[in-house]
Design a binder for this molecule. Sequence first.
Ligand SMILES: Nc1nc2c(ncn2[C@@H]2O[C@H](COP(=O)(O)OP(=O)(O)OP(=O)(O)O)[C@@H](O)[C@H]2O)c(=O)[nH]1
Ligand SMILES: [Mg+2]
Length: 330
Amino acid sequence: MQNRLKAEQYIEGVLSQDRIILSKAITLVESRLESDRKLAEKVLEGILSHTGRSLRIGITGVPGVGKSTFIETFGKYLCNEGKKIAILAIDPSSQVSKGSIMGDKTRMETLSNDPNAFIRPSPSGASLGGVANKTRESILLCEAAGFEIILVETVGVGQSETIVKEMVDFFLLLMLAGAGDELQGIKRGIMEMADALVITKSDGENLAKAKSAALEYKNALHLYPLNENNWQIPVLTCSALSNQGIAEIWETMCLFDKKMLQSGYKIKNRQKQNIKWMHDAIKQKIEQQFYANPKINATLASIEQQILVGEILPLVAAKNLLELQHASNS
Ligand SMILES: Nc1nc2c(ncn2[C@@H]2O[C@H](COP(=O)(O)OP(=O)(O)OP(=O)(O)O)[C@@H](O)[C@H]2O)c(=O)[nH]1
Ligand SMILES: [Mg+2]
């Protein structure tokens, strides 16, 4: 445990918008040490009443779609509008895109020098075993530090979109024109989760292709039933390189936020997300306790061996192990 501050110091630092302390507080909530976890809970409880007043935006898309470039341009646009923005990254696919998000911090150089922007890349491997890292907690800390817009970037490779969807108000899906039917097939479920679809790289030779892709998606989306929030998913195009379509995307988000506030959906959605967060935390805790149990640890390898040679049904093995844990706890 490296020189931790006291809970009050974290709380005061975050609330007084001290970026260095905000960074330290995020490191604290990301820590897996038991002693850190207790301190982190205290800090989060201390800032809780100062959270929630932001627009939380998730941004996803396949590798290379232009997420980082978009965030750089969009982020600069928002900063110029006088908004304070925080950018967080989730990277459950650290094997696939090794280090790409870490590298981005240097790529987002102009943005990271802007006093209105705070960029926090999560180290790869922070989501061991597919468990989401501490992005929800980091969102709360950034809100308490006065950031009004939180951008959460994730590489779209499968489960990460669902994780992000569960912690944001607005979910933006970036797509490439002409990426092929198979890809679009995979993306169908994710398209239904999106609050807006944006075709990226709508510039130069790609411009006409992007426009016709947008039309195609628009037609396809019209066939879907409206989501619970009664929002017709818009399809837009943009070029982060030539700064086209950026203002329209922001207008769309503002309109969405206004409508969802009016209808009560924003609050309702966040309540639902908090309940889900609790259940996720319970599952995580139970799993941690199970695997940390020395009796389980001592038996696991031999039971796995029995499964390998077909001596025991996996279901029975699971039942036996759970009974063993139960017995060792009582
Ligand atoms: N022409 C054009 N190229 C773009 C645009 N936006 C991004 N690119 C290029 O597309 C490539 C990928 O962009 P990134 O922003 O790194 O994409 P990403 O989605 O963050 O990629 P990963 O982090 O690997 O998932 C880079 O070579 C960019 O220069 C754009 O608006 N127009
Ligand atoms: Mg990127």
